[in-house]
Structure formats: structure tokens, C-alpha cells
Design a protein around this ligand. Structure first.
Ligand SMILES: *[C@@H]1O[C@H](CO)[C@@H](O)[C@H](O)[C@H]1NC(C)=O
Ligand SMILES: *[C@@H]1O[C@H](CO)[C@@H](O)[C@H](O)[C@H]1NC(C)=O
Ligand SMILES: *[C@@H]1O[C@H](CO)[C@@H](O)[C@H](O)[C@H]1NC(C)=O
Ligand SMILES: *[C@@H]1O[C@H](CO)[C@@H](O)[C@H](O)[C@H]1NC(C)=O
Ligand SMILES: *[C@@H]1O[C@H](CO)[C@@H](O)[C@H](O)[C@H]1NC(C)=O
Ligand SMILES: *[C@@H]1O[C@H](CO)[C@@H](O)[C@H](O)[C@H]1NC(C)=O
Ligand SMILES: *[C@@H]1O[C@H](CO)[C@@H](O)[C@H](O)[C@H]1NC(C)=O
Ligand SMILES: *[C@@H]1O[C@H](CO)[C@@H](O)[C@H](O)[C@H]1NC(C)=O
Ligand SMILES: *[C@@H]1O[C@H](CO)[C@@H](O)[C@H](O)[C@H]1NC(C)=O
Length: 501
């Protein structure tokens, strides 16, 4: 098979591995399994659970409107190009920073097994790889492609085609992240003409992921949607960047910061104390699904774990017990979980600094570099593949969090604009003065989340946003706030006792 065309190659920089995905069809299952493993087909395995599994829609979305109108399903909000507002006259887009939660995945733990399947047969796509293997052959060939395939083996030795690991990106998630990338393309290439149709060189784009398979794979899908292989110039295929844990700033949870860990544990305990009483009222309705256990922030399983399983099931069209589709009930659980994980802790300046300060500093640094270097900095779009925690933390840190659990493929964008039109300037001589230097007053940052503009409270004051457009924060005001949030002495502030005051 001539794979050149259909392959999207990525350099996973830290690991120096190349993956190329390939359609699964037509691959003959080799006899690789140990003696004892039994291979059972999907229909059979699905029935093992006694549950039917949703079929991804061609649009990548499961039709969730099958039940009556009272059923509450949390909204899944894909990027909507039609809802992108017209840019005010005189502003020109310079750079886009995207933060996107990975696509639909399986639950990260096994819970609610009496009502939700334990095994999810939803990972059939892209399970075949051409991995580069290095090895010197007699011909002197250095790298070659190993054709391989990944499959899940259960403890009893059973191997089922298409079964997902816990927390794995599913076929639905692959499709929706691909769609996300395709919609980025529709917006920034087709509609705005901001990005070139064909990627001329990889320096124009930046793709970074946290170091987990589901985020890396989501990013591969997004990159492929944004710049399919035939839209990449020779050797311009994108690089997927991954950082070591100690350098990771996409997660508020960094094992490199003891102080943050201590604060997080404290907030989790506080959330349990604050929200367990409200959850207690649900025991009568829910304990039957939890082996008789009560539902608690710090319960067994944790309320967050229950929500995780329920949200993942719903996102895949899997039927959940009716109580988990009752908005009154779900809202109580969501409030508790969101406060445990995101909302509560990110109300404090210290958690904001340690959790999101470095990431925000990274954003403003790159924006400033773009301003300083102009066209000599070719970087136009940065796509970061990350987690619910990062999206909620970014929103909370900037005081625009709606206290909802971010959906799969939910995203935040920060767009940098430059004022190019001086007609609105008070007078000509002033305009000349400000254009001599790249005055930060002439640059604006707009945050968007779930297809909506976010008017940041930090820019609410007159003079801190584009007149008449509170969503266009002056870069100066944005940067001032970020400066306050940026840890100066990271190691010192991360010491268990925190910053000496
Ligand atoms: C199991 O494996 C052994 C050694 O690989 C082989 O000799 C034997 O025939 C296998 N048995 C079956 C039932 O495949
Ligand atoms: C699986 O379950 C469905 C619906 O319950 C049933 O129609 C089908 O025959 C079952 N398939 C197998 C292989 O048992
Ligand atoms: C699964 O399929 C195998 C082989 O067809 C069969 O022996 C087994 O009984 C099936 N299991 C279930 C639960 O249907
Ligand atoms: C797929 O989505 C479309 C549009 O949302 C819907 O009309 C259709 O019924 C869906 N199909 C399935 C199989 O869910
Ligand atoms: C689902 O149904 C509700 C209420 O009937 C409707 O408002 C909503 O647009 C529907 N969603 C989809 C995706 O069709
Ligand atoms: C291997 O097969 C034997 C015989 O069928 C069975 O008794 C044993 O439990 C199997 N071992 C595992 C790990 O599945
Ligand atoms: C979160 O922090 C804990 C404790 O520092 C660490 O064990 C865990 O690996 C971290 N998780 C991630 C995803 O970084
Ligand atoms: C939803 O749950 C609330 C609280 O338990 C209950 O009062 C209400 O009747 C439920 N609604 C439905 C449609 O079951
Ligand atoms: C134009 O700008 C200059 C310099 O800031 C200022 O002194 C002058 O008053 C301005 N003129 C008008 C008409 O606003």
C-alpha cells in the first residue's frame, strides 16, 4: 500500500517516535495471542455487558435526542464557525492560542457497573500503527516501519477487537477532535484567510499536548483536520510537542509543586465538608447504583468519578440510569464536583499563581514576541491539547468560569489583534507617536470559550478595552494581570509552606 498520502506523520519530540495512523480496514488479525487468550467478536462482547453501545453519528456526534424532552444531557458544543463574530474594523488578527480538552474518552475508572458497561468497544479506529523501529540491517537501513496493532487484554486473557482502555480516546472522540481541527481550518483558513491553505513550513503552527495518549491522539486528529497531509508542504508536517512533567504548565496539577498539592488536598477536604450535606439528600435515589454506598465528594467511588462515568456514557449515547438525566439531581452533583476540582480552589490567588500563572505567562510572552518580531515570527496558531482541569482553571483564574464541567473538545481561544486603522485615534500626531513603538495599547486580546466572547473583568475599566467592545482586552491590561499571577520564585513558592510572607 502506498501510504504516503493517507499517512499523517508526527514527531513526538520527547520520545523521538513517529506514528502514522492508517485505516483499520482489511488488516488480517495475526496469531499473536498467547495460547489462552480467546478472541471474541464485538457483538458478542457487547452483549456480555447486556448493554447496547451507541453508534457514532457520521457527524461524529451521537444523537442524544432519542428520549423525551425532559431528559437532561449536558451540552456538547462543537466549534461553530457561523457563530464567530465579525472582527471590528481596524483590527487585524495576529496570533491565536487554542486550548482544547481532548475528545470523548472512556471513563477513567470502573464504576456503576450494574448499569453502565464495564468494557467499551469503541476504539476500533486507528489501532494500527506504523511505528518506526530503529535497527541496523545488513543493508544499512536505519529506520523502518513496524506494522503493529494495539489491543486490550483483560485479566482473564480475553482480547476483544475494538475494546478501549480506561480513559482512552474513543472513535467518537477521534471524530470530534478531527471535526474540531477541520472547523479550525474552516474558520482560520477558509473564512478569515488568516492561515495559509497549505502549510508552507511548520514554524507557522505549534501543537503541544500533555503527555497522555488521549491528549496526544486528540491533537493528532486536530492537526490532521487543520492541515491534512495533502495540505502540508513537503516536510512541513506538524510536530507534536510534549513536555516532561516538571516543565508541564498545561495542568494546574504539577507534581513539581508541593505547595499546590497541599492546597489542592485542603480544598478537596473543604469541598467534601461543604457539599456532602447536599449530596446526602440524593442517597435514597442513587445508592442503589453504587452498591449501597452513599454518594459523597470523598466517597467510594468519589462523586467526581461517578460524574466522570456518567458524562462519558452520555457522550457516547450509552443509556444511564434515569436519575443521572434528571437536571435537579445532576446539578447538585456537578456543583459539588466542580467545586472540589476547579471552582473553589481557583478562587484563591495562590492557587491561581501556582496553577495557571506559568501558562498565562507563556501566552503573553509568545504574544509579545510576535509583536516585537512582526513577520519575522512566523508563528500564527498554537493548539494545546489538554484537560477539563486546564480549561476550568483558565476560566476561573480570569473570573469567567460558569462552574460547569467542561465538555469533551470544549475549548478556549486567546486571539491577539493589532490595531491597524488609525482613523479612530484622537489625532494624527498622536497616532504617529504610538506607531513609532509597538505600543501595547494598540494590541488587544480576546478570549473566547464555547463560541462565546468572554468579557474579562480585569479589562472592564474604561481604557482597558477597545471602546464599545469589552471583549477586546488591551494587551497591556491583560499582561498586567498576568504579571501579578506569574510566580517570580517558582521553587520558593512551591515549597510546602509556600512563599514566606
Ligand atoms: C500453545 O503454545 C504452545 C507453545 O507455544 C504450543 O506448542 C501449543 O500447541 C499451543 N496450544 C494451542 C492449543 O494452541
Ligand atoms: C446481542 O443483543 C442483541 C439485543 O439484545 C440481540 O438482538 C443479539 O442477538 C445479541 N447478539 C448476540 C451475539 O448474542
Ligand atoms: C461469545 O462467542 C463465543 C464464540 O462464538 C461463544 O462460545 C460464547 O458463548 C459467546 N458468549 C456470549 C456471552 O455470548
Ligand atoms: C445524526 O445527526 C443528525 C443531525 O444531528 C441527526 O439528524 C441524525 O438522526 C443522527 N443519526 C443518528 C444515527 O444518530
Ligand atoms: C434536542 O431537543 C431539544 C428539545 O426538543 C432541542 O431544543 C435541541 O435543539 C435538540 N438538540 C439536537 C442536537 O437536536
Ligand atoms: C487458561 O486456560 C485454562 C484451560 O482452559 C484455564 O483453566 C485457565 O484459567 C486459563 N488461564 C487464564 C489466565 O485465562
Ligand atoms: C497530579 O499530582 C499528583 C501529586 O503531585 C501526581 O501524583 C499526579 O501524577 C499528577 N497528575 C498529573 C496528570 O500530572
Ligand atoms: C428529578 O429529581 C427531583 C429530585 O429528586 C424530583 O423531585 C423530580 O421529580 C425528578 N424529576 C423527574 C422527571 O424524575
Ligand atoms: C493631538 O495630540 C496632541 C499630542 O498628544 C495634543 O497635544 C493635542 O491637544 C491633540 N489635539 C486634539 C485636537 O485632540
Amino acid at each position: 500500500m502506498n501510504g504516503r498520502r493517507s499517512h499523517l506523520e508526527f514527531f513526538l519530540v520527547t520520545a523521538a517516535l513517529i506514528f502514522a495512523s492508517d485505516p483499520v480496514s482489511g488488516f488480517h488479525t495475526p496469531q499473536l495471542y498467547p495460547n489462552n487468550s480467546s478472541f471474541i467478536n464485538q457483538a458478542n462482547a457487547t452483549n456480555l455487558t447486556g448493554m447496547t453501545i451507541g453508534v457514532p453519528n457520521v457527524t461524529g456526534r451521537v444523537d442524544l435526542n432519542t428520549s423525551n424532552g425532559h431528559v437532561y444531557r449536558p451540552p456538547q458544543v462543537p466549534l461553530d464557525v457561523g457563530l464567530y463574530p465579525e472582527t471590528p474594523e481596524g483590527l487585524k488578527l495576529q496570533q491565536v492560542h487554542v486550548f482544547v480538552r481532548h475528545g470523548e474518552r472512556t471513563p477513567v475508572g470502573i464504576r456503576l457497573t450494574s448499569s453502565i458497561p464495564q468494557h467499551w468497544m469503541m476504539c476500533k479506529t486507528a489501532r494500527q500503527f506504523h511505528a518506526t523501529v530503529s535497527g541496523m540491517t545488513e543493508d544499512g537501513e536505519k529506520d523502518s516501519f513496524l506494522r503493529t496493532r494495539k489491543m486490550v487484554e483483560r485479566i482473564d486473557g480475553i482480547v476483544v477487537d475494538g475494546e478501549c482502555l480506561l480513559g482512552e480516546l474513543t472513535d467518537v472522540g477521534r471524530q470530534s477532535t478531527f471535526n474540531y481541527g477541520r472547523d479550525l481550518r474552516k474558520l482560520y483558513v477558509d473564512k478569515l484567510g488568516f492561515l495559509p491553505d497549505t502549510l508552507p513550513r511548520r514554524e507557522e503552527v505549534y501543537f503541544r499536548s500533555t503527555n497522555l495518549p488521549r491528549t496526544i491522539e486528540s491533537l493528532q486528529q486536530i492537526a490532521h483536520g487543520l492541515y491534512p497531509t495533502d495540505k502540508c508542504a513537503r516536510d512541513a508536517f506538524p510536530i507534536i510537542l510534549v513536555r516532561n512533567t516538571k516543565d508541564e504548565n498545561l495542568l494546574g496539577n504539577t507534581s513539581a509543586c508541593k505547595r499546590l498539592e497541599i492546597l489542592q488536598v485542603g480544598f478537596a477536604q473543604a469541598a467534601a465538608a461543604a457539599y456532602n450535606p447536599s449530596l446526602k439528600h440524593l442517597d435514597q435515589r442513587l445508592s442503589k447504583y453504587l452498591d449501597g454506598n452513599p454518594i459523597r465528594v470523598d466517597g467510594k467511588p468519589r462523586a467526581s468519578g461517578i460524574m466522570d462515568t456518567v458524562r462519558a456514557a452520555i457522550a457516547h449515547g450509552i443509556k444511564v440510569p434515569k436519575e443521572f438525566e434528571n437536571k435537579t439531581i445532576v446539578d447538585v452533583i456537578e456543583t459539588a464536583v466542580v467545586n472540589e476540582w476547579f471552582a473553589g480552589r481557583y478562587k484563591t490567588e495562590e492557587v491561581r499563581r501556582l496553577g495557571m500563572g506559568r501558562l498565562l505567562a507563556d501566552i503573553t510572552y509568545k504574544m509579545q514576541r510576535k509583536i516585537d518580531k512582526g513577520d519575522r515570527d512566523p508563528l500564527k496558531i498554537l493548539v494545546h491539547s489538554t484537560h477539563d482541569t486546564a480549561l476550568a482553571a483558565l476560566c476561573a483564574t480570569l473570573d469567567v468560569y460558569d462552574e460547569k464541567w467542561p465538555a469533551f473538545t470544549a475549548s478556549i481561544t486567546f486571539e491577539l489583534f493589532k490595531k491597524t486603522d488609525e482613523r479612530n485615534s484622537p489625532n494624527f500626531s498622536q497616532a504617529i507617536i504610538s506607531s513609532i513603538r509597538n505600543n501595547p495599547g494598540e494590541h488587544f486580546v480576546r478570549m473566547r470559550h464555547q463560541n462565546k466572547n468572554m468579557a474579562l473583568p480585569i479589562c472592564a475599566e474604561e481604557g482597558k478595552h477597545l471602546p464599545g467592545h469589552p471583549e477586546f482586552c488591551t494587551l497591556a491590561a491583560f499582561r498586567d494581570r498576568v504579571k501579578d499571577l506569574t510566580p517570580v520564585d517558582w521553587d520558593g513558592e512551591c515549597a510546602p509552606a509556600g512563599k514566606p510572607s
